[in-house]
Design a protein around this ligand. Structure first.
Ligand code: ADP
Ligand code: MG
Ligand code: ZN
Length: 580
């Protein structure tokens, strides 16, 4: 009962302190500004930074959604320094924490970090300080593992709360609590109990990821019923987006990359993202003959080697790093001028995050996505185990195949609207003067369906293409070879074909089967169209068919154009529209 009484008293204290914050908001604002200038050399807050800080200082729960590099750390560091109490900061990456902790310590603040590597006596001292009204401790960084598994840490938090000292719980990369996000961490689940356990302590969640679905999930998992999410814009106007057709074999691909690094990006700093360690090494082995200042980076290198490469790149002694996405979160280099994706990312979300590491200084930077249809199967054979994985991979496909504005497509993915004029020709499709033409490819699709129909065993997509090539009809013979792949991949995206996975020796193998719309295409009630840039129309169908084709294009103007199909919902409606 004594404990209960103490708790009631504590919560009254917290409430009165917060009420004061509300009244003295202008004073608080001045204090925050002074701290920002004094300790960070920051004269002006960016949009939503101040609002976030005042919200959490008032004791309200808050989720801030802001692109990477937007300045989220400031929104919890300054309130922690400006007001009484202790902020517990949950962060998924030890390296990120280390950077922040050492920077704050240098400024003379009392901050601590509790991970599984923290020596016992040091940890005991930190935990004692968390509930000691006389300690100057401001911020305690902690890994989700520690919160979820260490009873001692949990009990220190309880004591801190009971002593009225738990000022806020900050959850960095808060999308990790959601299974719909691109980065789910099981240990983040424990954070769902925080609101019930510490009802008077506000939660501040930070993320750069914010599809509506993930956001709704985050709010529900964390039990934040009164929380107003603050959302900063996702459009990165200084990034130029481009999709480049990827060459057919590794040496040729490396030559494309080398051309970019030596040519367009000469003297600039950048990254090449690869799908796997093996890809990194293969790319690197072919790049080595071009005499570039490039190294590869992946999880199999020793910690020392990785550090060395990272630092050389930071100092611009290396122009470029060929890396897996293990090299990512927490990169703090502001003048990255280009990000080349050797393979498509596994989701649009991932692509946005990975490409978003370019141009953090606000200067123009370029994002080049190298795309070849067969890369899709690399991705889906990895994402197929995850219930929403395949759908997400097809969204990337939509992005890569689209003839519309890339920026608009990315914005749409985050529930934002960016008109094509707002792109200011900062994507390949907006800059291009070559119009796309809708080509009726129904005939070819029917040929593919026939091959699948006659099969005696499951066929992979490569088998289908081989079969298709060997039995080519007169009409198909006139088709430029690259378009066979494109037509098949388009069918997958549209649900005319479907992938089916079977266990393989090392990983699942993707086979082809009939999709939801197969019958409609077979019967001819659903026509299939492919967007083709006009100089390619000549390549697409080699000769005489051209005039007939362009005639059919104009006569089919009434058919609703299929825009970028980023959302699976809009996908089915659009396909149905075409059926009608
Ligand atoms: P995020 O966590 O959102 O990815 P960070 O908190 O790491 O971003 O901040 C990225 C960079 O932006 C840091 O170098 C930080 O000092 C800087 N920054 C933050 N806020 C401001 C501001 N208002 N003005 C100038 N620079 C800022
Ligand atoms: Mg951050
Ligand atoms: Zn555009």
């Amino acid at each position: 009962r004594v404990k209960e009484k103490k708790c009631r008293q504590t919560s009254r204290e917290i409430a009165s302190q917060r009420a004061k914050t509300n009244i003295i908001a202008p004073l608080m604002e001045a204090k925050l500004k002074k701290l920002a200038d004094q300790y960070y050399g920051i004269k002006e807050f960016r949009p939503l930074q101040l609002e976030t800080m005042l919200t959490t200082l008032k004791g309200e729960d808050c989720i801030l959604i802001m692109p990477t590099g937007g300045g989220k750390s400031l929104t919890f560091q300054l309130p922690a320094l400006a007001a009484p109490g202790i902020s517990v900061v949950v962060s998924p990456l030890i390296s990120l924490m280390e950077d922040q902790v050492s920077a704050l310590k240098k400024q003379g603040f009392e901050v601590a970090m509790v991970t599984s590597a923290t020596p016992q006596p040091e940890q005991a001292k930190i935990l004692r300080n968390m509930a000691d009204p006389n300690s100057k401790l401001k911020l305690v960084y902690v890994t989700p593992e520690k919160i979820s598994k260490a009873k001692r840490f949990q009990s220190a938090m309880e004591k801190s709360y009971e002593a009225g000292m738990l000022a806020r719980i900050v959850i960095d990369e808060v999308h990790c609590v959601s299974q719909w996000g691109h980065d789910f961490r099981p240990d983040y689940k424990i954070l769902g109990t925080m609101k019930r356990q510490y009802p008077n302590t506000p939660i501040l969640g930070l993320t750069a990821t914010a599809t509506e679905k993930v956001l709704a999930d985050v709010l529900s998992v964390l039990h934040l019923s009164h929380c107003k999410p603050l959302r900063a814009g996702f459009n990165r106007p200084n990034l130029f987006y481009e999709v480049m057709e990827k060459a057919a074999n590794p040496p040729a691909v490396a030559s494309q990359i080398a051309d970019l690094i030596k040519g367009r990006f000469a003297g600039q700093s950048g990254l090449v993202y690869c799908f796997s360690r093996n890809d990194c090494e293969v790319v690197m082995s072919h790049l080595s003959k071009y005499n570039l200042k490039v190294a590869y980076y992946h999880a199999a290198l020793s910690v020392q080697e990785r550090k060395e490469i990272h630092h050389k790149w930071l100092r611009n002694e290396l122009q470029c790093i060929v890396a897996t996405i293990a090299f990512g979160m927490g990169i703090d280099k502001h003048d990255v001028r280009f990000i080349i994706h050797h393979t498509i990312s596994k989701s649009v979300e991932n692509y946005y995050q990975e490409s978003g590491r370019a141009g953090r200084d606000g200067q123009e930077a370029q994002c080049v996505l190298m795309f070849t249809p067969s890369d899709l199967f690399k991705i889906t054979s990895m994402t197929c185990q995850d219930s929403s994985g395949i759908g997400k991979s097809y969204e990337v496909l939509g992005f890569a195949l689209s003839s519309g504005c890339r920026r608009a497509a990315l914005a749409q993915h985050f529930g934002e609207h960016v008109g094509a004029t707002e792109c200011k020709r900062m994507c390949d499709n907006c800059r291009s003067t070559v119009p796309f033409v809708k080509q009726d490819v129904t005939y070819y699709v029917q040929e593919v369906l026939e091959i699948i129909n006659k099969k005696e065993k499951d066929l992979t997509f490569a088998m289908i293409i081989a079969e298709w090539k060997s039995k080519r009809s007169e009409k198909t013979k006139k088709l430029a070879p690259g378009y066979l792949d494109k037509i098949i991949i388009h069918c997958l995206k549209e649900g005319i074909l479907k992938e089916k996975f079977k266990a393989g020796m090392y990983k699942p193998i993707s086979y082809c089967e009939e999709g939801h719309y197969t019958r409609a295409v077979k019967s001819g009630t659903l026509k299939v169209y492919l967007d083709i840039p006009t100089p390619h129309t000549a390549q697409f169908i080699a000769t005489s068919a051209i005039s007939a084709a362009s005639a059919s294009v104009s006569s089919e103007k009434k058919v609703p154009t299929h825009s970028v199909l980023m959302k699976s919902k809009s996908k089915s409606t659009s396909t149905k529209k075409r059926k009608a």
